[in-house]
Design a protein around this ligand. Structure first.
Ligand code: SAM
Ligand code: SF4
Length: 341
C-alpha cells in the first residue's frame, strides 16, 4: 500500500483511492443472467436482463482486463455474474486472460450448474480456482432456496472441477433464518469430507427485491455459535490480509472454515477490489451508487491510456466504507447479480 500522491497521468500508477488502498483484485461480471433464482438474490420471475448490444463482447472484456493487468496493477481476475458459465465465450476469455503478462491468478465464482461438462476445458484454459455457491446439501432445501431442483448438478460440477485439478474448491454459503441456518454444521462436515473450504457469508442488502433486513440476517456471531455446537473453532494463525474471510481451524486444523462478516465486521479498510459490470461500468465498491462508463469510452475509440486514466479516476472517489449502518444508507440500484458478487 502506498500513501504517495498519484496523478491520473502517471503511467505507473495503479488503482489507488483517496485513502491509500490499492485495488489489485478485479471482479468481472460476464453476464447478469442466471439459471437459478436464489431467493436472497433475485425474484422467482428473474430480472430484466441486459440487452446483448449493451453487454461487452469477449474482445472488449479481454481488452479491459488486459489494460487492468498491464497498466493498472491488477494481479487477480475473478469472473462472476449472474452465472458466468452461461457466457458462451467463457473458456476463451479465461484462456486469453491467463496468457497476459504478468499472468494474473484467474478464478470463477459460479453456481456450478454445467461445470461437470466444462471443467476440463476451463482447467486446460488455465483456470486456477473456483468459488462455488452452495447453501445446503439437502435437495429439498436447495430447491426451496434456489427455486430449482438442481442439487445433483451442482455436486457433479464440484466433483468435475476437483477431478480436473481446479482447486482448492471454496464453497460459499449464505444462511437464511428458519431455512438452512441449522444445516450449517452438516454443510461444513460435507465440505470437510471432500476437502472443500466452506465460507459462510452474511447476507447483504443487495437483493433485487430489497427484502433484506438486519433482523433476518444470520450474523457472524450466530454462525460461530451454531458451528461451535459441533466443532471446535480456533482462529487461524495465518494473517487474513485483505481477504474478506476470517478463517478458523476446525477441531485443531488443518481444515478451516471461513466467515465473511461483511455487515457486522466490515473489512472495507483493507479492500483491494474493483468491479467491472457486464455492460462495462467500473464500480469501486459493491455498494457504490456511482459507476464509471468504460464501454462508452471503448466504443468511441479511446486509447488504452485514456481508458486507464478513466479507470484510475473512478477509483479515486472510493468511499472509506459501505455505510450499511448509516441512517442515510441507500441500497445500490443494481442488485448483486448485476454487479458481480
Ligand atoms: N451465480 C454465481 C454464484 O452464485 O456463485 C455468481 C454470482 S453470485 C451473485 C456471487 C455470490 O454472491 C454467491 O456466492 C451468492 O451466494 C452471493 N450472494 C448473492 N446475493 C447475496 C446477498 N444478498 N448477500 C450475500 N451474498 C449474496
Ligand atoms: Fe444466480 Fe448466483 Fe444469484 Fe443464485 S446467487 S440467483 S446462482 S446469481
Amino acid at each position: 500500500m502506498t500513501s504517495e500522491p498519484t496523478t491520473v497521468h502517471d503511467e505507473r500508477a495503479g488503482l489507488v483511492d483517496g485513502f491509500g488502498r490499492v485495488a489489485t483484485d478485479l471482479r468481472v461480471s460476464l453476464t447478469d443472467r442466471c439459471n437459478l433464482r436464489c431467493n436472497y438474490c433475485m425474484p422467482a420471475e428473474g430480472l430484466d436482463w441486459l440487452p446483448t448490444d449493451q453487454t461487452l463482447t469477449d474482445d472488449e472484456v479481454v481488452r479491459l482486463v488486459r489494460i487492468g493487468v498491464e497498466m493498472l496493477g491488477i494481479r487477480e481476475v475473478r469472473f462472476t455474474g449472474g452465472e458466468p458459465l452461461l457466457r458462451r465465450g467463457l473458456t476463451d476469455i479465461v484462456r486469453r486472460t491467463t496468457q497476459l503478462d504478468p499472468r494474473p491468478e484467474v478464478s470463477l465464482t459460479t453456481n456450478a450448474l454445467g461445470l461437470a461438462r466444462t471443467a476440463p476445458a476451463l482447467a486446460e484454459a488455465g483456470l486456477d480456482r473456483i468459488n462455488a455457491s452452495l447453501d445446503t446439501v439437502r435437495a429439498d432445501t436447495f430447491a426451496q432456496i434456489t427455486r430449482r431442483d438442481r442439487l445433483h448438478d451442482v455436486i457433479a460440477g464440484l466433483e468435475a472441477a476437483d477431478a480436473a485439478g481446479i482447486g482448492p474448491i471454496k464453497v460459499n454459503a449464505v444462511l437464511l433464518r428458519g431455512v438452512n441456518e441449522d444445516q450449517a454444521p452438516e454443510l461444513l462436515q460435507w465440505c470437510l469430507d471432500r476437502d472443500y473450504q466452506l465460507r459462510i457469508i452474511e447476507q447483504m442488502p443487495l437483493d433485487a427485491q430489497h427484502d433484506w433486513s438486519r433482523e433476518a440476517m444470520v450474523t457472524a456471531a450466530e454462525i460461530f455459535e451454531i458451528l461451535g455446537r459441533h466443532f471446535e473453532l480456533t482462529p487461524d494463525p495465518e494473517h487474513r490480509g485483505s481477504a474478506p474471510a476470517e478463517t478458523f481451524l476446525v477441531d485443531g486444523g488443518p481444515a478451516t472454515v471461513g466467515v465473511i462478516a461483511s455487515v457486522t465486521r466490515p473489512f472495507c479498510g483493507d479492500c483491494d477490489r474493483v468491479r467491472l459490470t457486464a455492460d462495462g461500468q467500473v464500480r469501486n465498491c459493491l455498494f457504490a451508487r456511482q459507476e464509471s462508463d468504460l464501454r462508452g469510452a471503448l466504443r468511441s475509440g479511446a486509447s488504452d491510456e485514456e481508458i486507464a486514466d478513466r479507470w484510475r479516476l473512478a477509483m479515486a472517489s472510493k468511499r472509506p466504507g459501505h455505510g450499511i449502518d448509516d441512517v442515510a444508507f441507500l441500497q445500490p440500484t443494481r442488485p448483486m447479480s448485476a454487479i458481480g458478487g
